[in-house]
Design a protein around this ligand. Sequence first.
Ligand SMILES: C[C@@](CO)(OP(=O)(O)O)[C@H](O)COP(=O)(O)OP(=O)(O)OC[C@H]1O[C@@H](n2ccc(N)nc2=O)[C@H](O)[C@@H]1O
Ligand SMILES: Nc1ncnc2c1ncn2[C@@H]1O[C@H](COP(=O)(O)OP(=O)(O)O)[C@@H](O)[C@H]1O
Length: 281
Amino acid sequence: MHYETAPAKINLTLDTLFKREDNYHEVSMVMTTVDLNDQLSFEKRSDDQIIIETENQYVPNDRKNLAYQAAALMMKTYDIRTGVNIVIDKNIPIAAGLAGGSSDAAATFRGMNKLYGLERPLDELADLSAELGSDIPFCVYGRTALCTGRGEEVKLLPKPTNAWVILAKPSIGVSTKTIYSHLEPGKHEPASEKVVEAALAGDYDGVIRHMKNDLEEVTARHYPEVKKLIQNMEASGADKAMMSGSGPTVFGLVQKERQAIHVYNSMRGCCNEVYRVRLLG
Ligand SMILES: C[C@@](CO)(OP(=O)(O)O)[C@H](O)COP(=O)(O)OP(=O)(O)OC[C@H]1O[C@@H](n2ccc(N)nc2=O)[C@H](O)[C@@H]1O
Ligand SMILES: Nc1ncnc2c1ncn2[C@@H]1O[C@H](COP(=O)(O)OP(=O)(O)O)[C@@H](O)[C@H]1O
């Protein structure tokens, strides 16, 4: 039996540069991880099946599950003949812009690597994982990174800052594909370079001053509650509030625990699903 933790990610930036010929968007994003985790266990089987178990009725337990696809790709690539039981204890909200599915897939690449004693380097697993989703290579490392290309080119960065993160998830799920399809790329000044610079200098004020997500206005146009949550979070004391990924989750950053408790309590008044966690990075 082997266990892996799969943390949620947040976007400190999401610059959309242009639409590519393969219909993906060229992006530049600073992403980091937060202490809100799915837990996965991996156990070898005697036959060649991949069995996914999860108590969450909204998570697929067949080949649609990204963890299933990751296990199948590991078996094919490394000629593994025996299957695996994967139990997913789901805590990351689904279709929320927090990369829960991608992080479960990434944990499966790491988990199968250990379970079968393959000792493949993370770089190799990250490269392999890109064929299943743009966010998965980042999640294989699970740290802080500048991600370019369609998101799959990962350059690791040091932890940007110590901070508390308050997450507020409206009771809607958002399709990443739909949000990208309504985007006009290249409309905004890119922010990632400035956030990288501030993060490298350990400059918290610089990080929050330059944080920006180009998908925010697209998602907020369809779901006005996103804008409202951002305004409420900043009014209740967050240093900066912003949407993560394609949304609809909104997160706020603060430095002091007392301030974090205050923002958390205020947000619970206007949103059912609120979390107060540490930035992991
Ligand atoms: C927006 C982001 C930001 O981190 O995250 P989420 O909101 O999903 O967490 C990512 O770019 C999402 O990455 P991921 O969820 O892995 O997307 P994929 O499965 O690769 O692609 C789903 C669909 O989104 C669109 N897509 C995705 C990535 C990209 N750079 N350009 C795109 O246009 C494409 O239409 C694609 O078919
Ligand atoms: N292990 C998984 N956990 C959650 N969702 C998954 C998983 N595998 C596949 N999915 C599918 O992926 C979709 C979006 O996944 P998720 O990673 O939660 O969202 P986001 O990309 O917005 O962060 C879900 O609607 C779900 O059907």
